[in-house]
Ligand binder design. Structure first.
Ligand SMILES: Cc1ncc(COP(=O)(O)O)c(C=O)c1O
Length: 399
């Protein structure tokens, strides 16, 4: 089965990146999804340090802290999230901000659409994002045919008066760009999706301080299967509406997952703060080194075969690492130099990627996950090296 998130690609014979199969030269490999399995080896190395033991009589109540606005958020996770943001310096999560936990940031995005819209408006509020945008935003916005909000496409061409919601993803999925809001008009509400604002992907240049910020364990630590995301919100009313949405859709969030997330975030913070003589590479240093090695190899292959190009990112000073670092996005946004359909070309080489048309742009672009296990990533480089121009006539994009 191909799981339907980010619209399943027709890859029934492909190897899901989490499957423990031996790869051969015939294996079709799926790089269309951002399944962050490359971090598995790091967490294996940590062994028992991240183990959480839960007894049969533990965690039985729906409630975590009935006094709090977000009554299903466990105090352990609340504490671990605020601490990690303080340690990394990537977002302000002081005690005057509310934290809402969700079943992934996917649920929080939908909770926000509900919280930022109003049933008293004459028409649904427009939801926009600048192209290329994360392909799930339009799907999630349109799925229920809501009367409260509707997808209105590219923020660059949005010219309607009245209220709107703009999603600002920074670093951006799919192209890794650092972004600001583009519409900037009265009545605008912003959702800052900061899923990739962590040191392994981009230099941490300041503490983000937006009204609404989304983060996810999936991309921060690689634990996508725990389905934990969190929102940092300034406004109490918006928080209350988000909590209501989650209450009605899932009556909270698994406490097992919250405890596991709290444990993992706590271990990362401990390691980041350890300056002792036995200090080892912490998770973000490890991730930054690995991503940087992968990007270097990819750029080398792309340069050598001359068929594709990749975006260039300026270096910046990373406050967390303490030196100038490169951006190493979670996805490679590959463009065909000759305008051929990139996705089709790569499929000929048994590489399944995600075509640019899913992100609001053309098929000369495609998105490739950089978060697959080593074996798959190496095979990807090998196959990419084998692709030679000039492009075949039938692959050329017309119109
Ligand atoms: C920008 C962005 N936001 C949100 C998500 C969804 O994250 P989660 O696994 O927390 O639902 C993703 C996943 O790829 C993403 O790329």
């Amino acid at each position: 089965m191909v799981v339907g998130f980010e619209k399943s690609v027709s890859a029934t014979k492909s190897v899901p990146s989490s499957a423990k199969k031996t790869l051969s030269s015939d294996s079709v490999i799926n790089f269309a999804r951002g399944d962050p399995t490359m971090y598995e080896s790091y967490w294996k190395r940590l062994g028992e340090r991240c183990t959480v033991v839960i007894s049969g009589n533990d965690l039985m109540s729906y409630f975590s802290d009935a006094e709090k606005v977000c009554w299903f958020l466990m105090p352990e996770l609340d504490h671990a999230i605020r601490r990690l943001h303080r340690v990394v310096g990537n977002a302000i999560a002081d005690d005057d901000r509310f934290i809402v936990v969700g079943n992934g940031s996917t649920q929080l995005f939908q909770a926000l659409l509900y919280a930022l819209s109003s049933p008293n408006e004459p028409e649904p509020i427009s939801v926009v994002a600048a192209v290329p945008f994360y392909s799930s935003y339009p799907e999630e916005t349109e799925f229920l045919c809501s009367g409260l909000y509707k997808w209105a496409g590219d923020a660059y061409s949005f010219d309607k008066d009245g209220p709107y919601i703009e999603v600002v993803t920074s670093p951006n999925n799919p192209d890794g760009a650092i972004r600001e809001a583009v519409v900037n008009r009265e009545g605008g509400k912003l959702i800052h999706d900061l899923a990739y604002y962590w040191p392994q992907y981009t230099p941490i240049t300041s503490r983000a301080d937006y009204d609404v910020m989304l983060f996810t364990l999936s991309k921060a630590t690689g634990h996508a299967g725990s389905r934990i995301g969190w929102a940092i919100v300034k406004d109490k009313e918006i928080t209350t509406k988000m909590v209501k949405f989650i209450e009605l859709s899932s009556i909270g969030v698994s406490k097992e997952s919250q405890l596991r997330a709290a444990k993992i975030l706590g271990v990362i913070s401990d390691d980041c703060q350890n300056s002792g003589p036995n200090r080892e590479e912490n998770f973000f240093e490890y991730g930054q080194r690995l991503m940087s090695e992968r990007w270097e190899k990819l750029r080398e292959v792309v340069k050598r075969n001359g068929v594709f190009s990749l975006p260039k990112y300026p270096q910046d000073y990373c406050n967390f690492i303490g030196k100038y670092t490169d951006s190493n996005p979670a996805f490679a946004w590959l463009k065909s130099k000759d305008g051929v359909n990139c996705d089709n070309l790569l499929r000929e080489h048994k590489l399944v990627t995600r075509c640019g048309t899913n992100f609001g742009v053309g098929s000369k672009y495609t998105r490739i996950s950089m978060l697959s296990p080593d074996e798959e990533f190496n095979l990807f480089l090998e196959r990419l090296s084998a692709i030679q121009g000039p492009p075949m006539e039938r692959l050329i994009v017309k119109g």
